[in-house]
Design a protein around this ligand. Structure first.
Ligand SMILES: Cc1cc2nc3c(=O)[nH]c(=O)nc-3n(C[C@H](O)[C@H](O)[C@H](O)COP(=O)(O)O)c2cc1C
Length: 182
């Protein structure tokens, strides 16, 4: 595989993440999310739940009590990274990450979770106490969306005949993409 134009790499990156968000068994379904803490970077795995190219939006789910949420509120600029082994393509997407704990999209996401998934947002100390309506109400308050609005992306193809790297930045006119080295 190779790209003739830098814009093709940008399209490839969005297509890859859209497929990952739609297919639970996709190789890029679990991505790395990096945030900044007061004493340095933090990175962890998260499941990619939604990708809307038109809005430059990537969505994951998390527990509002997790450390990453406090980090994001302090420093919202974050980076998400995916690697697809088959094509040997790495995608890095950076932008402002928002913690969403209310609203129609948040409600809809909660409603689409299974009961088992909802149970994962209970307090650790609630485990084993049963899953009554009261407890599910508490779990719901811990459920949050992490929504990344991408402004910068970096796509790297580790090609057998040579590497290709494209960096792109969002502008009012769309993505401005250029070849990058190394
Ligand atoms: C395969 C895998 C998928 C995960 N998916 C998520 C996820 O979608 N959301 C999440 O908050 N944590 C997820 N985790 C757990 C995180 O990697 C991390 O351990 C946890 O969120 C606490 O991170 P924090 O202390 O930086 O907030 C996942 C872990 C693994 C191994």
């Amino acid at each position: 595989m190779s790209w003739q134009q830098s814009g093709a790499a940008v399209e490839y990156a969005w297509e890859l993440l859209r497929a990952a968000a739609e297919q639970p068994a996709h190789a890029c379904r679990v991505v790395a999310l990096a945030t900044s803490a007061a004493d340095g970077p933090r990175v962890r795995s998260v499941v990619l739940r939604r990708c809307v190219q038109d809005r430059r939006s990537l969505v994951c789910y998390t527990d509002a009590r997790s450390e990453k949420v406090a980090q994001i509120k302090q420093t919202p600029i974050s980076e998400l990274m995916a690697y697809e082994p088959e094509s040997r393509v790495q995608v890095r997407m950076r932008g402002r990450l928002r913690v969403v704990s209310q609203g129609a999209r948040w409600r809809q996401a909660w409603e689409q979770l299974s009961e088992r998934q909802r149970g994962e947002y209970l307090r650790a100390t609630d485990a084993g106490l049963g899953r009554g309506a009261d407890q599910l109400g508490r779990a719901r308050r811990n459920f949050a969306l992490l929504q990344l609005q991408v402004t910068d992306l970096d796509v790297l193809l580790i090609g057998l005949a040579g590497h290709q790297r494209v960096q792109a930045r969002w502008s009012r006119r769309g993505w401005i993409a250029q070849w990058a080295t190394p």
